[in-house]
Design a protein around this ligand. Structure first.
Ligand SMILES: *[C@@H]1O[C@H](CO)[C@@H](O)[C@H](O)[C@H]1NC(C)=O
Length: 181
């Protein structure tokens, strides 16, 4: 009996664990992941998320997290996601972006942050986004945008700031258009 259970248990654990454990590692719970090589897409829209799932594949090219309840973005949420091109965080409850949250996203083209609760943008928030072309900030409660908020520099190289893409300049105008203070 003891011999049998000592043989069976590890085997059962292994068998019951293998397929779900593997898929958990590749795709966060409640998310849908599409591996359309070479582009890896992670879709976690409307899944009741309170934070960015920690186990997102670092090779992800497209990450959609809209319509959740995420409140804070931290550097570790997107650390090492150097292949990420599209990041959608629309319609969450984001009120805080920690400094250098996006610092590793050197290939990011589009960042959607519309319909959140952002009030302040400072110099550190968008650092590292050297290839950003679209930054969507509509429907926040922005009342303070620092002078250098869109002077993006490469976090690693510390090189000279690239010329600002037109879409980012328009986002900066939001100070006059949408902000009351
Ligand atoms: C990012 O990469 C560094 C260096 O390879 C590693 O130490 C760190 O654990 C990685 N972090 C994440 C969240 O993958």
């Amino acid at each position: 009996m003891d011999v049998l259970s000592s043989l069976l248990c590890p085997l059962l654990v292994l068998l019951s664990c293998l397929p779900p454990c593997l898929s958990d590692m590749l795709c966060p719970k409640r998310c849908t992941c599409q591996n359309l090589l070479p582009s890896y897409t992670v879709l976690c829209a409307k899944t009741g998320l309170l934070f960015v799932p920690p186990n997102i594949d670092r090779q992800t090219a497209e990450l959609r997290l809209m319509d959740n309840f995420i409140t804070t973005l931290r550097h570790q949420d997107f650390a090492n996601m150097t292949s990420l091109i599209h990041l959608t965080l629309s319609r969450n409850t984001i009120s805080q972006i920690r400094p250098y949250t996006f610092a590793d996203l050197q290939d990011l083209h589009a960042l959607h942050l519309d319909a959140n609760r952002l009030t302040v943008l400072d110099d550190s928030h968008f650092q590292g986004l050297v290839n950003l072309r679209h930054l969507i900030l509509a429907n926040n409660q922005l009342h303070s945008i620092s002078e250098g908020a869109f002077q993006v520099q490469s976090h690693s190289a510390g090189g000279p700031a690239p010329p600002l893409p037109p879409t980012i300049l328009r986002a900066a105008d939001c100070k006059n258009k949408w902000c009351s203070v």
